[in-house]
Design a protein around this ligand. Structure first.
Ligand SMILES: Cc1cc2nc3c(=O)[nH]c(=O)nc-3n(C[C@H](O)[C@H](O)[C@H](O)COP(=O)(O)OP(=O)(O)OC[C@H]3O[C@@H](n4cnc5c(N)ncnc54)[C@H](O)[C@@H]3O)c2cc1C
Length: 304
């Protein structure tokens, strides 16, 4: 008989003293070792028998991985191991990147968020990852320590498929870096779950808008959709609609329709594909409308 929660299998806990040592260990044990931070995905997947690693490598205490640093000229550097409650409480995140806090706040419960990290959410590469959309529209990059040194990966080319990324054996995410956000921007994350807390998104819509006189509408919008494609989806056609003509209720409706047409959701226990598509249209319309209201009536963010 299948036991749904059989308990954790045996494994070795490894705590390297430095990033180079950790990368070396992970590369030498490729396929058998996995880095972890909060462990909220890792230990659940191991408990349920999907992951069978011999070694789990604790990287959360390594260099700078617990720091939050904001530079008014350069942007935000969020150490990969900073938990989501710290992100939500950060004055800099609240002031300049509030949509990141808004998205983190929709993840499970306070208790889980004392462990869960934004970088773990990204590396886990679930199409339902709640904080990934905010990172995408804020143009975040993942800083990675690999065998050949440090590099930064833009997120738009990071996800390869559900649970799959461009990370190679030995790669360790050390920070998520955010450039300064666009001047006078506003942003929102709207999540539809089966209940108000503690559920993965049936659909999640992140919308960010800002003034830009170089496009016909005078405003650019960035959108990201969760849970409606194998990876987070950027509906480029919808973004183009919003850049191309004056922003009215009809334009917003057209963009929402384009977002719906771009997505390829699946049926699962949380919702049917058809329901997801319709909810993408509704929630995209709502998210853009709310951002538009903030842009035109105050309540904007960023550095002016
Ligand atoms: C009860 C419950 C509710 C949840 N609810 C939600 C929800 O509402 N929304 C949501 O989006 N998620 C949810 N999750 C999933 C999970 O909490 C998030 O994905 C979380 O952000 C993962 O962060 P972590 O630090 O715990 O990751 P970990 O489990 O430590 O790691 C996740 C993945 O990233 C890899 N990894 C970890 N650290 C690194 C690193 N430094 N470099 C490279 N790879 C690394 C690991 O090998 C693993 O593949 C839930 C999980 C549980 C158990």
């Amino acid at each position: 008989m299948h036991t749904p929660t059989p308990g954790l299998p045996e494994f070795d806990y490894v705590k390297p003293a430095s990033l180079p040592e950790a990368s070396r260990f992970l590369a030498e044990h490729a396929g058998q070792a996995r880095p972890f931070m909060g462990g909220t995905d890792t230990f659940v997947r191991m408990r349920d028998g999907f992951w069978k690693e011999k070694y789990v490598v604790d990287v959360k205490g390594l260099d700078g991985m617990n720091d939050i640093r904001f530079d008014p000229a350069g942007g935000l550097t969020l150490g990969a191991a900073v938990n989501m409650n710290r992100v939500i409480a950060s004055p800099e995140v609240k002031a300049y990147y509030p949509v990141l806090a808004e998205a983190a706040h929709t993840v499970a419960s306070y208790q889980l968020r004392t462990r869960a990290t934004i970088a773990g959410n990204i590396c886990n590469a679930s199409p339902a990852g709640d904080t990934i959309g905010a990172c995408l529209v804020l143009r975040a990059r993942l800083r990675i320590n690999g065998l050949n040194g440090v590099r930064e990966e833009p997120l738009d080319a990071f996800f390869v498929g559900p649970g799959r990324t461009v990370l190679q054996p030995g790669d360790i995410a050390t920070a998520v870096t955010f450039p300064l956000p666009p001047k006078g921007y506003a942003a929102r994350y709207i999540k539809l779950g089966r209940n108000a807390i503690g559920d993965l998104a049936i659909v999640g819509v992140t919308a960010l808008g800002y003034p830009d006189q170089s496009v016909p509408s005078g405003y650019r919008f960035r959108l990201a959709l969760a849970s409606v494609a194998p990876v987070l989806l950027v509906p480029a056609e919808a973004e183009a609609v919003l850049a191309g003509k004056p922003i009215t209720e009809a334009t917003i409706g057209e963009a929402a329709q384009a977002a719906m047409e771009a997505c390829t959701p699946i049926d699962d226990v949380r919702g049917s594909a058809r329901y997801r598509k319709l909810m993408v249209r509704n929630l995209t319309r709502r998210a853009i409308t709310e951002v538009w209201e903030q842009l035109t009536t105050g309540g904007k963010h960023g550095i002016s």
